[in-house]
Design a protein around this ligand. Structure first.
Ligand code: ZN
Length: 288
């Protein structure tokens, strides 16, 4: 759920030409095809990646469209256009959709099966994690309300919070839920897209599982903070983590919003973390 700058490329058509030339199979693009590809790329920029029949390039020869898709397969295997793949994936570390894990795959915002000419077009290539990519794959935004946010074109602000965490202690356990804040001043269309994509990639369940592991790894530090300055020590430690993630991962990263709520959960900070994080008090080396 982050906005990325458009990939920097000097000549997208030239990049396609490189992809079409291989050791065994190669396709020599004609000047006419080059012009038509340029028209499609320009139209993609104008529509900001939103679906249009023209972008499907059904007016182009099927052998040309197939050759471009084949070129992408080579990209995926790292044989051709390795630099293109590396450049797209280097743009971000976290998955641009869920932020839960790193982005190690490239998604075609408009799917290459239906939009073959966009198969190696940088602006259509979005870094995602494998799980989000699998869920996003066939979604092209043509059905109202069912659209993913475009990491390059949709204007996701970095100073407006739209992801929130709800934290509560219940019978010694920590209950955490994430949700999109429908009262956020964000554009209503974007809020609908965010809700759709997070449900589609199973973000809420995946985030809850990840929180357990993540906080488990922090348990020893939280306990140290408690022993140095009791409740205040825990709150200060959590606040320090909040500011770190706010600065490095943004206001809508799941870790940022988690710490934002945890540092204000008094029951957790004044000792509830022992049961919440399954810390066995009798084994604590700090207990005196
Ligand atoms: Zn993801």
């Amino acid at each position: 759920m982050i906005k990325l700058d458009l990939p920097i490329f000097s000549n997208a058509v030239e990049e396609l030409r490189l992809g079409l030339i291989g050791k065994r199979k190669q396709y020599n693009m004609t000047l006419d095809e080059e012009i038509q590809v340029k028209e499609i790329y320009d139209q993609y920029e104008l529509s900001k990646g939103q679906t249009q029949t023209f972008l499907k390039a059904e007016h182009l020869d099927v052998s040309f469209r197939d050759a471009i898709q084949l070129a992408y397969k080579q990209v995926a295997e790292g044989k051709r256009l390795e630099k293109l793949r590396a450049r797209i994936l280097l743009d971000t570390q976290d998955c641009t959709c869920c932020g839960l894990v790193g982005s190690d795959t490239i998604d075609h915002y408009l799917p290459q099966e239906d939009y073959p000419v966009l198969a190696v077009y940088s602006s259509n290539l979005i870094p995602l994690c494998q799980k989000c990519n699998n869920k996003k794959r066939s979604v092209d935004g043509s059905i109202p309300g069912k659209r993913f946010v475009h990491a390059y074109y949709d204007n996701l602000p970095d100073n407006v919070q739209f992801l929130i965490a709800k934290v509560a202690m219940k019978e010694g356990a920590l209950m955490i839920d994430f949700e999109i804040d429908d009262t956020s001043p964000l554009d209503s269309g974007l809020l609908i897209s965010l809700n759709y994509q997070l449900n589609r990639v199973d973000f809420y369940k995946r985030a809850k599982r990840q929180v357990n592991d993540f906080l488990g790894g922090l348990a020893v530090y939280i306990e140290q903070d408690y022993h140095s300055d009791k409740t205040n020590g825990v709150k200060t430690g959590l606040e320090r983590n909040y500011h770190y993630h706010l600065k490095n991962s943004g206001i809508n990263n799941w870790k940022t919003v988690l710490f934002q709520e945890l540092m204000n959960c008094t029951e957790f900070c004044e000792g509830g973390f022992y049961t919440a994080l399954n810390i066995e008090i009798s084994k604590s080396v700090f207990i005196t």
